[in-house]
Write a protein that binds this ligand. Sequence first.
Ligand SMILES: [Zn+2]
Length: 314
Amino acid sequence: MLFKKIRKGHADWRDFLCDTPARDYVFQKDAYEDQINRSAEFIKDADSVIIGAGAGISTAAGIQYGGKRFTDNFVEFIEKYGGQYMTDMYAAGFYPYPSEEAKWGYWSKHALMNRFDPPALPLYRELHDIVKDKEYFVLTTNVDHQFYKAGFEPERIFATQGDYGEIQCQRGCHQKVYASEALFKKMDEARKDCLIPSELVPKCPVCGGRMAMHLRCDNYFVEDGAWHEAADRYADFLEQNKGKNVVLLELGVGFNTPIIIRFPFEKMVRENNSYVLIRLNMDEAVVPESFGNRAIGISGDMAGAITDIRREIS
Ligand SMILES: [Zn+2]
């Protein structure tokens, strides 16, 4: 799940592979330049490209949840709640805030920093350049809106896990989400000692109960009309591209939530012999060996690899 606290080395991918036998996963030994050239050729020749994007692409693009970006901006929260809990923005998102004033005091800042303040980042813009003249679709677990900002067509994006820019009833009593930017900006201005004033705490307009971020973190996640329309468009896209030359371009998807992108992408390659998988991942770029030359796994810095692929294509 999106907000499960993950420490590097904590989850071992060999422990929970669904239908790829662990012994089938390999780190390819091909030279980087060959991988880039072959990726560019595959994309150029493809009828369509399906991008599957996880947290790793936003980290590579510059939205880091830890390190200096966290300690510089959340010093007040670290002092108030304790450095042992406030280690990064993932951990801070899980902190059991003692009141609604404290919860929204944190989340308003988190959303502004990761969703509203950053412009379209260069990595996303380059990715858009790569696919903009092709048939493409984006499936993403990211909630920071970068694909929309970078110029990808909204009707070609399915963001499955929500959006930092929306709130919903905490108990999901009705299937509707609410835009939160204006509210979060008010909270940001009024925040004192990490708390927002009580009069800014949102209440569900239907049941009067608490509100929550529109993020899939429990069974109350709201799938509204827009969510279902996006899901349908993605299903249609898959249907229309059966039997065509399709590149599945997987970016920064680890073994945190593999059932949304990673495993389904592998299944599609297994079932369609005209499909190719290009997997870019900092340190989990293992690919099924049985895919042979229909899989490319590129480890390390994704930003550099996207720049190189784009240069080869143009
Ligand atoms: Zn409600």
